[in-house]
Design a protein around this ligand. Structure first.
Ligand code: SF4
Ligand code: SF4
Length: 63
């Protein structure tokens, strides 16, 4: 399993929020960027592919 972490270059384009099929991306409000709900995230990687600035990284899940 994999999970995603936002790293610091997000400019709030909302792409990841819009494309996530599992509603795992949580909007924190203007200037506050986003959180990922790992209970919902299936690790599909669509948000990573659609982020225009590489702000989201997939990392192996620790069990
Ligand atoms: S990896 Fe997939 S399920 Fe997880 S936050 Fe990104 S788009 Fe949503
Ligand atoms: S797609 Fe990337 S830049 Fe756009 S809101 Fe998501 S993390 Fe931020």
């Amino acid at each position: 399993a994999r999970r995603c972490l936002s790293c610091g270059n997000c400019f709030e384009c909302d792409n990841c929020y819009g494309v996530c099929p599992d509603n795992a991306v949580i909007k924190l409000g203007p200037g506050k960027r986003f959180e990922f709900n790992y209970e919902y995230c299936k690790g599909c990687g669509v948000c990573v592919a659609e982020c225009p600035c590489g702000a989201i990284k997939m990392v192996p899940e620790e069990i």
